[in-house]
Design a protein around this ligand. Structure first.
Ligand code: DMJ
Length: 594
């Protein structure tokens, strides 16, 4: 069954709207002489109102707003004063369903492949990143999710494996980004250390790994090389791109290196990460965007695509998160982030021709016949970019905030002009990402293309009016294009989590649950685990034998956190690294401030 003509979002049922409103009941009628009883009744009524206002201020604001007939913008001029927040309570039924999904995956991995880097749920096998043996990728990636979910038995077995079996003494080449963001980031040793109440086993492993990796930074520019041999402690180039390193790879190590310095008191990690950011700042191109490649010898950006998807995504993400990590103290990062967001709005944010759906496009360099370089705007958005909606909301309420903390949801008056712009674009992008879930399976493809006037498709009925999957119209028996797959990616639910925590709007939980149900229906492997599906527009879905580790560390973690109460990993106390491992926000020790 093809879903290309079915791209219409389901309506959100009325009862999924804000539960705070649904919970209000019609007041019972009393046949009482109030004048007579006023002296007794008034104090408890006033007290009850005061307590309700304290706990649920939004009820009063909503009632006032609707009585006065005010729009949100008008309301922002009326409501002054301290930040107002809504209460976010757990949806235990949905939260526990996500925990069961995690157990379904973990138990299969533990049964078939414990200790191996990656898991293949259909063949019930594990594989490793290199022939020299595994480094426990999936195990360490899953630990903080277990801690958050309270899975004590699974956790103690995983911890035991780390303490007794994990080894980095592998004479093989690993990707730097896969390892630092994997073991600090993806594998989350540092989050495991923090969430376990400072179990030193994790910190010792993190220090050992960092020390094995430090040689990657020994380049003329200070930018880290793409690969590392962990046993020999030697950096190595990427044979496919011998002169280049990618922006996302070099700029997505800093949260982890900085936190490691804070934990150990050893400033070397901080300095190595910071030197990269200073180099990037001085190399930045005049328009403020980062191209996807840099030359690792000169440290200069090289002529290559500019986008928010692969090889660039977490460069933008970490500009903001470094600012948040040190409790909003480093203007260096705020300024870099603000400039980048202005450039992104100017060059990459676009609207689809028919429904004005907001999306991000890519700029690809091309050589014109006269030798000049021209830039082609490609209306292509990776699923990876769906992190960006939530990131913009987070940026609006931190880098773009005029007060701290802002209300939940923020009032326009609390945000700067750029903050208001980012808040709006963030919301629009999340809507677009949800729209890319309007497929036969309810899951979004790896890459969506948006219609533009010059695409030559006219109003060909084969193509939907706003977006489509390139090459998806295949003949029976042909394999669907790479773009059609859903590989259990987390980015949309990551944005939904942030949006829910920053607004309390129940529609985000509703959307997250829709995605969870679609994963259950189309990706679940009955014998254990979940698998990539190769075509989001095909039902029943065809699975590929791979469960990416980010299913355990990111997708299920964000889904879980959407249904917990807001005290679990609060956004004003933690910053999530690019692999969804929460790290605490801290005040920079003065000796580390540059
Ligand atoms: C994640 O592992 C990280 O978020 C990374 O930065 C990009 N995306 C993958 C998963 O999709």
């Amino acid at each position: 069954m093809s879903g290309s003509k079915l791209r219409q979002r389901k309506k959100i049922p009325k009862n999924a709207k804000d539960s705070r409103v649904d919970e209000q009941e019609t007041p019972p009628e009393f046949d009482i002489d109030f004048g007579k009883y006023a002296t007794f009744l008034l104090p408890p009524i006033l007290l009850a109102l005061a307590v309700t206002y304290y706990l649920y201020p939004q009820i009063f604001i909503d009632a006032f707003q609707s009585y006065m007939g005010l729009s949100d913008v008008e309301m922002s001029r009326v409501v002054k004063g301290p930040a107002i927040s809504v209460e976010i309570t757990a949806d235990t039924m949905k939260r526990d369903a996500v925990v069961r999904a995690f157990q379904h995956s973990w138990s299969a991995y533990e049964r078939d492949a414990m200790g191996d880097d990656e898991y293949h749920p259909i063949s019930h096998k594990g594989t490793n990143l290199t022939a020299a043996g595994g480094i426990g990728y999936t195990v360490v990636d899953s630990i903080d999710t277990m801690l958050l979910m309270g899975l004590h038995q699974e956790y103690s077995r995983a911890r035991e494996w780390v303490a007794t079996k994990m080894s980095f003494d592998r004479n093989a080449t690993f990707n730097t980004f896969e390892v630092i963001p994997t073991f600090f980031t993806r594998c989350g040793l540092l989050s495991a250390y923090h969430l376990s109440g400072n179990d030193t086993v994790y910190l010792e492993k993190a220090v050992e790994l960092a020390d094995r990796m430090i040689p990657v930074f020994n380049t003329p520019s200070g930018l880290p090389l793409t690969n590392i041999n962990l046993a020999l402690r030697e950096g190595a180039i990427d044979p496919n791109w011998p002169e280049f390193v990618s922006s996302a790879e070099v700029a997505t190590l800093q949260l982890e290196l900085r936190y490691l310095s804070v934990l150990t008191g050893n400033s070397i990690y901080w300095e190595k990460g910071e030197a990269v950011m200073r180099r990037l700042k001085s190399s930045l191109l005049p328009h403020g965007l980062a191209s996807i490649f840099l030359n690792w010898q000169t440290g200069e950006f090289v002529l290559s695509a500019m986008r928010l998807g692969s090889r660039a995504d977490s460069y933008y993400e970490y500009l903001l998160k470094q600012y948040i990590q040190t409790n909003h103290t480093e203007d260096f990062y705020r300024n870099m982030y603000s400039d980048a967001m202005t450039a992104v709005h100017k060059h990459l944010i676009k609207k689809s021709v028919n429904s004005n759906m907001v999306y991000t496009s890519e700029l690809v360099p091309e050589a014109a016949p006269d030798g000049r370089t021209t830039w082609r705007l490609t209306p292509k958005q990776d699923h990876l970019v769906c992190f960006f909606g939530g990131s913009l909301l987070l940026g609006a309420t931190t880098a773009g905030a005029l007060v701290r903390p802002v209300s939940i949801p923020p009032r326009p008056e609390e945000l700067s002009e750029a903050g208001q712009r980012d808040w709006k674009t963030g919301n629009d992008l999340i809507k677009t990402c949800m729209d890319t879930h309007s497929t036969s399976t309810g899951l979004a493809p790896e890459i969506a293309h948006f219609r533009i006037a010059s695409d030559g498709m006219g109003d060909d009925a084969m193509y939907p009016s706003d977006w489509y999957i390139k090459g998806a119209h295949i003949k029976p028996g042909e394999l669907p294009p790479y773009d059609s797959r859903y590989m259990l990616r987390p980015e949309t639910v990551e944005s939904l989590f942030i949006a829910y925590r920053l607004t309390g709007n129940e529609k985000y939980r509703y959307w997250a649950w829709e995605i969870f149900e679609a994963i259950e229906l189309h990706c679940r492997v009955e014998t254990g685990g979940y698998a990539t599906i190769i075509n989001v527009d095909e039902v029943p879905s065809q699975k590929e034998d791979k469960m990416e580790t980010f299913m355990l560390s990111e997708t299920l973690k964000y889904l879980y956190l959407i249904f917990t109460d807001a005290s679990v990993v609060p956004l004003d106390k933690y910053v999530f690294n690019t692999e969804a491992h929460p790290l605490p926000i801290f005040d920079t020790p003065p000796d580390l401030l540059s």
